[in-house]
Design a protein around this ligand. Sequence first.
Ligand code: NAD
Length: 492
Amino acid sequence: LDDNIARATGFLARFAKDGVLNHIGGHAVPAASGKTFEIISPVDLKPLAEVARGDAVDIDAAAKAAHAAFAAWAALPGAERRKILHRIADGIEARADEIAMVECMDTGQALRFMSKAALRGAENFRFFADKAVEARDGKTIQALGQVNMTSRAPLGPVGIITPWNTPFMLSTWKIAPALAAGCTVVHKPAEFSPLSARLLVEIAEEAGLPKGVWNLVNGLGEEAGKALTEHPLIRAVGFVGESRTGSMIMAQGAKTLKRVHFELGGKNPVIVFDDADIDRAVDAAVFMIYSLNGERCTSSSRLLVQEGIYDSFTAKIAARARAIKVGHPLDPETEVGPLIHPVHEKKVLSYFEIGRADGATVAAGGEKATGPGGGCYVKPTLFTGAHNKMRIAQEEIFGPVLTAIPFKDEAEALAVANDVPYGLAAYLWTQDVTRAFRFSESVQAGMVWVNSENNRHLPTPFGGSKESGIGRDGGDWSFDFYMETKNVCFAT
Ligand code: NAD
């Protein structure tokens, strides 16, 4: 741990000294206003850096830079874009330790997960690099008396707005397909965790990405974020964050008719039938709520268990939750680190009171934890004896907090699973294949995993239904968003 702290301190020194600058038209620049805001580490609440506080003026400069760079970038053959994107992946791999450690100190996420997240960022770039060659491929549709040729072209400059949870991985997931499609980008990262976005844009330009193709403006959501969604040169906004922010962005973008892609919140059920492979289901349920501090859109925050196995299953989860190692994010042994920020910690702690007041039982955790540095640590928590009308079953807590609810039969499980405003993911545990198909068809979720934790395969669609999102990422779905489709019809 001491070695890791020393290395992380080395990586962070430049931010403490020079602050975190914007990046516009290939230049690292402060906010035009000269204003900054301070970020702190959730480990010890000490300042990490002063960050450029961009506003509408900086967004305007970034949008113009992205607009100016667009024609040349869009005209570059896909094979050339492919090479550059692979070089970005090389750069990420070369600096994966630095990225992971900076991310740990900025977000509180445990190193064991951030090391993987950094490499997944490289994988995202490689995946979309290889697709860049085919992004513009069209098809021919023949009908009597006509031949139709459909083609796709990049939309133009796009805005990408990302949240504070796993910010590095999520930024690569949104930006790599935009670049592969031939779009240029203005990125506005979350104000709680802006450090890795700065590393990423530097890596991209060192890899040969032309200046102005990727611009970065830090700032507050209601200032820089809002200005980005309203800017007339920005053709589309890819947004990852809370559902209510998505709703604001839709309203803000209405005047300029922005195309939007939203990956929003979730209250994802894991449904365990009594014929399930119990040991695997326990492992997966524990992993899906307590890994990444529970600050994960696809976390399985509602545990629906069939009556006959409810007590034994929840007892196993409670024992596992109590045994989880909460600690310094840079400690390789740590499973749960401090939550992102005192504001968020307060929100998560408030749900411990709400759950108790609503009559649920705290079977594990339910209080603040002590940890090195005295930061935003909370205990991995399990509520039992809950029902689906309780706030702890309806609202996204976004922490290591699981709410367990018993169900009688398949019909009741389905009704409870669907009785939330969200519809991102569902996890289903049963050995009955017919039931798995039937249930998957009716459960309201953009993604269903059967007998598995969240196991991503990049060509498959990722996204949510209901208040969990609009649109899909992954594979060719990403290009549908970042590209415009044209049909040319020839009479024969
Ligand atoms: P948030 O909505 O508060 O902020 C996300 C981003 O939006 C930040 O960069 C913020 O500055 C910006 N923003 C805020 N107000 C804005 C406005 N009016 N206009 C433009 N931009 C604005 O979300 P958060 O708290 O940072 O992240 C956590 C949320 O993200 C959770 O709800 C989580 O479920 C969701 N999330 C979803 C997915 C998914 O794939 N579905 C993935 C990760 C996170």
